[in-house]
Ligand binder design. Sequence first.
Ligand code: ZN
Length: 337
Amino acid sequence: MKKIVSVILCAVLALSCTVFVFASDADDSFGEYEHVFIIGIDGAGAMFGREDLNTPNFDRIFADNACRHDAVTEYITTSAQNWGSILTGLSYDVHGFTNDSTASEKNTSASSNHTVFYYVRQAVPDAELVSFCHWSNINKGIIESDIGVKKVNRGTDPLVVDMIVDYFSSGNAPKLMFVQLDSVDHAAHTYGGFSDEYYAAVEKADVYLGDIYDAIYAQGLMDNSLFIVVADHGETAGGHGGQTKEESSAVLAVAGHSVNAAELGEGVHNRDVSAITLHALGIEQPEAFVSSVPADLFGDSREKTTDPNPMPERLREWRIFFYDFVRMVNILLSLFD
Ligand SMILES: [Zn+2]
């Protein structure tokens, strides 16, 4: 009898250990989200989170979420190389997108350079997919033209942001949205990467970020959405494309109900956006990916301790008005130089 009891006890113990191992291996974050929104800020590098810059929207959105301020970029710190990797999960050496190639050649589903849009379309045939870009190369040369992604190109960041705010206030809820804002990179190309104008452009991009986030939040979508901010590369006084720390560092920040409040580890790349996106939507990662979900990104779903949306509508409008006013005064003053 004693022997039978001990056999039963051992069996129960073994079973509970097995259950424990399976339970601890289970990843609740796989497929936990209905929507993913990727906001790309061209040329922003590691500017978000710098203490001498005023980025209240970035700060409030990611205060209780995960961030790597200086994620690793592709070794060629140019736009198409990096947006290509961020959207395909492939390294530049594999996808080969350049600024020239994306300006002249369409990408289609026949190519082996599939973007995350392609994989979402395969998994969810009727998914609403949309991409709003200031720099049209991404919509033309990187995102496939034959998989039903709504593509919107506008010539300025404010026009892009207006379109997005209208789109969400009309009740749209895309499965996957990509956004590219370009005025930060534009300021660096015009005035240099360490100029006052460049820093002002980063602060203005923060206002746009707040507008986009609030438009999504107002529709109640943040309950089951992942909101990602990523940069393609940073800048130097003389441009970008090289391997300096400034150029090859890029913000990667992720907000969602099960995202940990964490500074992500050192090995995080900006192209990890693609793996994070598919994982959140419950789509298996393709073998070709050299993109991965940072180990400490997801935890348990919980109430966020900070209010992500504290700024009243009117105050935000005044803030945008104030930025535009200062910009106009600066332009007028520059005429008298
Ligand atoms: Zn760029």
